[in-house]
Design a protein around this ligand. Structure first.
Ligand code: APR
Ligand code: ZN
Length: 237
């Protein structure tokens, strides 16, 4: 296999078969909860108890979930590519840690992580497994009332954008897995890849909003399409 430099973008669909909800499918999270009341800095300032409850529930669900064969296949791909002198840049929109728990060693969380909390008073970021509340003191500065989930809310700047753009500029191939292509800047990465003339592939359950921009799309559950994709790359199958 050539020593490829692969850019893979994942979304909520890769964690769907691990039991974690997606956002825009039928019955998705945003059809049951109002993102403007739960996933913006203004919402947190206005109703911190409600926002903490929402993210505490999602943090508990993520902790109880297990990686599925799609996460495991990407961990295998990362190791296989690196042995062949290639590179996998794994950029996820997901805030769960299922990629890491499946064995992926380099995961770029552009929308932050449920397993981290940030203090608004001193900006310290801490690994965080338990519930957060308005009474949680910051382990660094001791102040409470300002601890928030270290996730990116609507209206906030996603993380690691420079590293993402650099990886996209160096990639030989772009693959999007389990994302609806509804939220920018992630939804625009396939267009950047097309402008560079590199192959683009979508692995999704249904056609994404930006499906027309992909050279190829393979429809099906990620637990089937991703292991097949990785086997074809690594084992030539
Ligand atoms: N296998 C593969 N794809 C799946 C599966 C599955 N088992 N189940 C669902 N999908 C696909 C859906 O067809 C859909 O295209 O995953 C996609 C999920 O889309 P969204 O729910 O919009 O999730 P995502 O694209 O990750 O949302 C992006 O929006 O609200 C923000 O911050 C949030 O990171 C999130 C961002
Ligand atoms: Zn602090």
């Amino acid at each position: 296999m050539r020593a490829d430099s692969l850019f893979i973008l994942t979304g909520a669909g890769i964690s769907a078969e691990s039991g974690l909800g997606t956002f825009r499918d039928r019955g998705g999270i945003w059809s049951r909860f109002d993102p403007m009341r739960l996933a913006t800095p203004e919402a947190f300032a206005a109703e911190p108890v409600l926002v903490h409850e929402f993210y505490n529930l999602r943090r508990r669900n993520a902790r109880e979930a297990r990686p599925n064969p799609a996460h495991a296949a990407l961990a295998r791909l990362e190791a296989g590519l690196s042995q062949a002198g290639g590179r996998l840049f794994l950029c996820t929109q997901n805030v769960d840690d299922l990629h890491e728990r499946a064995g992926s060693r380099a995961v770029v969380h552009m929308h932050g992580e449920l397993a981290k909390a940030r203090c608004l008073s001193c900006e310290a970021v801490h690994p965080w497994e338990d519930d957060l509340s308005v009474d949680t003191p910051c382990p660094a500065c001791g102040r409470s009332g300002g601890m928030r989930p270290d996730v990116v809310w609507f209206g906030e700047m996603p993380h690691h954008l420079d590293a993402i753009d650099a990886a996209l500029a160096a990639a030989d191939r772009f693959v999007a897995i389990g994302t609806s292509g509804a939220v920018y800047p992630a939804a625009g990465y396939v267009a950047q890849a097309r402008q560079r003339g590199i192959p683009t592939l979508a692995l999704n359950l249904e056609a994404a909003d930006n499906a027309g921009l992909f050279e190829a799309t393979r429809l099906g559950p990620a637990s089937v399409t991703v292991p097949a994709f990785v086997a074809a790359l690594l084992d030539g199958r």
